[in-house]
Design a protein around this ligand. Structure first.
Ligand code: DGP
Length: 113
C-alpha cells in the first residue's frame, strides 16, 4: 500500500535489518528496540491490524505466527519471548500495518502491562 512504512520495508524501499522472510511474511529489527532482541513480524500483504483481517489470507496470518519459532531458533532464543500485537488506539498502535512484536533477551514481568 502506498505510503505504508512497513510495505516499504517489505519491498526494500526502506532498509531494515532482516531476520526472516518467506512467501508470506517478513521480519526485521525494530527501529527503537525495547528489549535486547526486538523483532517485528509483518505479513507481506497489507492489513491494517488484527481488527482488519478481511483482506489478509489465512496463509499470511499463519506465516507470521509460525515465523517466531524459526526466528527464535536462528537467533538462539532459548529462554522464551513475548509475542504481542498492538491493535488500535487503546493499544497505542502507531504503524497501521499489522505487526507482531517479538521481545526476548531478558526476564519480563508476569504482567503484560
Ligand atoms: P506499534 O506501536 O505496535 O505500532 O509499533 C510500531 C513499531 O514500529 C515501533 O516499535 C517502532 C517501529 N518502527 C516504526 N517505524 C519504523 C521503521 O521505519 N523501521 C523499523 N525497523 N521499525 C520502525
Amino acid at each position: 500500500m502506498k505510503d505504508c512504512i512497513f510495505c516499504k520495508i517489505v519491498s526494500g524501499e526502506i532498509p531494515s535489518k532482516k531476520y526472516y522472510e518467506d512467501d508470506y511474511c517478513f521480519a526485521f529489527a525494530d527501529l527503537n528496540p525495547q528489549m535486547p532482541f526486538h523483532a517485528l513480524i509483518v505479513p507481506k500483504e497489507h492489513a491494517a491490524s488484527l481488527a482488519e483481517l478481511d483482506n489478509l489470507s489465512d496463509a499470511a496470518l499463519a506465516a507470521c505466527l509460525r515465523a517466531a519459532q524459526k526466528i527464535a531458533e536462528q537467533n538462539n532464543i532459548t529462554d522464551g519471548y513475548r509475542f504481542i500485537s498492538n491493535c488500535g488506539k487503546h493499544a497505542s498502535q502507531s504503524v497501521q500495518h499489522l505487526h507482531f512484536h517479538m521481545l526476548a533477551g531478558r526476564q519480563l514481568s508476569e504482567k503484560i502491562v
